[in-house]
Design a protein around this ligand. Structure first.
Ligand code: CDP
Length: 224
């Protein structure tokens, strides 16, 4: 029986994590888990309640929240209390609040516990901000993706435009830069490269190239 790895892919917004993780998981026959979608689902639940942005309000909501993933014709879908919210969680309104909400300790503990359960038996590619540092510090392969701000803005803008979202490049840039700051300076599990993670700059790589590079690293570890 071949070893089924836990692969952690971390990095800032627009660095290519989810596209890479999705394709890599497909190639390896693993499950792909988008942990950012889980933080987004909590944020959406809070937004719908029209409550002030304060830790105690968000913490009190957690017992009402159940998050799960399903596969619909090969596409990962996220369910919030049974409702498919895969599209809604990408809206700029959710993006605006997800990083502040992700700083709350109760939110992190709530989601990290679920992420560990999902990944414990291996055969998983998980992307996020703290997968290699906190969720799976013993992951078999840790990748840290980076890219220039210009390139990350360009990618995110394209992604939003394709979905018909009207937003200016300046606004996208502002959201990315602000999230980078909040995510990397927060007290609990900030975004940073794990000491044993392999850093890949995707600014000038095609998706195929970056997937291929990580795939080869995974194969080396499977055969070891
Ligand atoms: O896809 P994008 O890079 O825009 O973000 P995402 O992966 O959907 O994550 C949205 C936000 O959730 C991030 O900016 C972080 O604030 C938070 N997050 C986190 O704190 N820890 C994770 N493991 C994943 C996401």
């Amino acid at each position: 029986m071949k070893k089924r790895l836990v692969i952690a892919i971390d990095g800032p917004a627009g660095s290519g994590k989810s596209t890479t993780a999705k394709l890599l998981a497909k190639r390896l026959g693993y499950n792909y888990i988008d942990t950012g979608a889980m933080y987004r689902a909590v944020t959406l639940f809070w937004l719908r309640k029209n409550l002030p942005l304060a830790e105690e309000y968000v913490c009190n909501l957690l017992p009402e929240i159940s998050i799960s993933f399903t596969n619909s014709s090969g596409e990962l879908r996220i369910l919030l209390n049974g409702e498919d919210v895969s599209e809604e969680i990408r809206l700029p309104k959710v993006t605006e609040f997800v990083s502040p909400i992700s700083t709350y300790k109760c939110v992190r503990e709530f989601l990290v516990e679920q992420q560990r359960k999902i990944g414990e038996s291996g055969g998983v590619v998980m992307d996020g901000r703290d997968i290699g540092t906190v969720v799976f510090p013993n992951a078999d392969l840790k990748i840290y993706l980076v890219a220039s701000v210009e390139e990350r803005v360009r990618r995110r803008l394209l992604e939003l435009q394709q979905k018909g979202v009207v937003i200016s490049p300046e606004e996208v840039r502002k959201q990315i830069v602000e999230r980078d700051i909040i995510d990397s300076t927060r007290e609990h599990s900030p975004l940073r490269k794990a000491a044993d993670a392999i850093e890949i700059d995707t600014s000038n790589l095609t998706i195929e190239e970056q997937v291929e590079r990580i795939y080869q690293l995974a194969i080396e570890r499977i055969n070891k």
